[in-house]
Design a protein around this ligand. Structure first.
Ligand code: ZN
Length: 342
């Protein structure tokens, strides 16, 4: 998420230390069963989805370990480090059969002074009519790069912000690339320069609007690496009260996974991430899913936002639960997600 949050983060901190159980896998100490436990709990509620248990903490960990590595130098827009992240994302899209949306995967920003690009792929829908309607799934893959050193570390790795959302989107791309189960077309948009003021998403939203894209909804993923504390849902939706997206999400998830976080409304997070330019351009439901609840993560925009604080069991669970949600939304005969009447 962009700038604004740091002031509020000092309040109400909870320890979110993770126990390292192997070289790559870190799991929440509250879930000592680890990998097995999370896969089992994932399967319990999947019901209708062919996506049950699609990803695992191990696979999520592999993505995260690269995207948030020191080698990428905090993925500052226009840097060499973020270019490595872009190549990595492109490689996965290509392997998964997700096609470039434009002539290549790279969508160069026209509103930033350095060379920066979104990475944008598309999977055409399988239904002759519905394929003309699009769902954009988004996550920003940039972060803030090198910052003032703390304890000898100056790399703001951005594991939670937003290697986590990027990994989630990559797994969704891999799932739909493999299954080709979407009737509507799905655009996978990895945004650059979010941290510079939502520049990548603003650029792409304008461009797609200019092309006359028939956008049904934009679903964005931001800071999903750490579970929320004492909630009866797994993710909150920004702009919760604006639409019926939470209801639709929970319907396809087969249980309550999306909820309302009062703090998200208080701090107007709806306007603070890459969903917002799509809302502005298209005025169709455009919202962000997140698990950053203002109490569960102490390292926002700090050098400590690293993979050792992430909970891959949690991430695999929400990815597996999001699969039938996206599938349900992509395949519903009628557009069900709607902004509420004002
Ligand atoms: Zn962010």
């Amino acid at each position: 998420m962009k700038q604004y949050l740091s002031l509020f983060l000092v309040i109400l901190l909870t320890s979110c230390g993770s126990k390292k159980i192997s070289n790559e896998i870190e799991l929440n100490p509250n879930n000592p069963e680890g990998l097995k436990g999370s896969v089992v709990s994932t399967n319990l509620n999947m019901g209708q989805s062919s996506g049950a248990g699609f990803t695992s903490p191990v696979e999520v960990g592999e993505l995260m370990s690269f995207l948030a590595s020191d080698e990428l130098q905090g993925r500052d827009s226009g840097s060499e480090g973020i270019a490595k992240a872009a190549s990595f994302i492109e490689g996965i899209l290509q392997e998964s059969g997700v096609k470039p949306y434009f002539v290549s995967y790279r969508d160069t920003l026209s509103n930033f002074d350095k060379v920066a690009y979104n990475v944008v792929g598309v999977l055409e829908g399988g239904d002759a009519n519905l394929k003309n309607e699009y769902i954009v799934l988004g996550a920003h893959y940039d972060h803030i790069g090198i910052i003032s050193p703390e304890g000898g570390d100056e790399i703001a790795n951005g594991a939670n912000d937003n290697a986590s959302g990027t990994s989630m989107l990559l797994e969704l791309a891999r799932y739909f690339g493999e299954t080709r189960s979407n009737k509507r077309s799905i655009v996978f948009a990895f945004f650059s320069a979010e941290e510079k003021g939502l520049l990548g998403s603003r650029h792409l939203a304008k461009k797609l609007k200019g092309e006359g894209l028939d956008l049904y909804a934009m679903l964005n993923y931001e800071m999903v690496g750490v579970p929320m504390v004492d909630k009866d849902y797994l993710l909150y939706l920004t702009g919760y009260e604006l639409s019926n997206l939470a209801e639709i999400t929970n319907k396809y998830a087969g249980g309550k996974i999306a909820g309302f976080l009062p703090k998200a409304k208080e701090f107007n997070l709806f306007r603070r991430s890459d969903n917002y330019p799509f809302h502005q351009e298209f005025n169709v439901p455009s919202q962000t899913y997140s698990t950053f609840d203002f109490t569960n993560f102490d390292h926002y925009h700090k050098v400590g936002d690293e993979t050792d604080k992430m909970d891959y069991g949690h991430m695999a669970e929400i990815i597996n639960k999001m699969i039938p949600v996206v599938e349900g939304i992509a395949n519903a005969p009628e557009k069900e997600i709607k902004y509420n009447e004002k």
